[in-house]
Design a protein around this ligand. Sequence first.
Ligand SMILES: [Mg+2]
Length: 268
Amino acid sequence: MGHLYALDFDGVLCDSCGESSLSAVKAAKIRWPQLFDQVDTAMEGWIVDQMHILRPVVETGYENLLLVRLLVEMRIPSIQKSSVAVGLTVERILENWSSIKPVIMEEWGEERGALVDLFGKVRDEWMEKDLSGWIGANRFYPGIADALRFSSSTLYIVTTKQGRFADALLRELAGITIPPDRIYGLGTGPKVEVLKQLQAKPEHAGLTLHFVEDRLATLKNVIKEPALDKWNLYLGRWGYNTGGERAEAQTIPRIQLLELSDFSKKLK
Ligand SMILES: [Mg+2]
């Protein structure tokens, strides 16, 4: 009997915060040129720094675009178009992102699909024009590449990133090719549904199931599904989660908190 690992990508295998923040600034300049005309290099640096703090709230890439614009509105009150930007702080965004997001989408007249497409397009263009620069804005966490390479477990990537980006980073940064049918990317459905599909595959019968995530909310969604009771759940401490989330995870018996070095050993 072996082990099956379903692995989140960003914040578990790969630290992509630098890349996603810079992609978001590029995309925001295209989507809202008048607002971002006023953003100089110094302010861009400030935005990227704040995005490292805010990264735990991002579930899907396009939200980076919303956060980048919100930061600009917080910094330059004269361009505020959103009622929630007034007096807003980074700490309040961390605590209330799920309620802020629908308000700004509505007030800015934005639509998820268009922002997802734009964010993907900007990344594609960056990759096309400057592949080494794009790849260099990402890094795999220490020990991950070898752990994946030498793992004797059945590995799947379950990510909200577009599959082709995960594939490119695995190949170029980690030197690993994972077959496309082992990468469930953006558009393959919610993670709980992917886990149900994985456990239902006849070839996985008898395998011990493990799901490694850095987002507490995603693990809590799994716990809500009785059909997924057999999955061992792990929150990676090294990823994009806050101290408050790690403390909460410690009170949930189903969830094991995992250190990076223990994760690498488990995978091998
Ligand atoms: Mg993640």
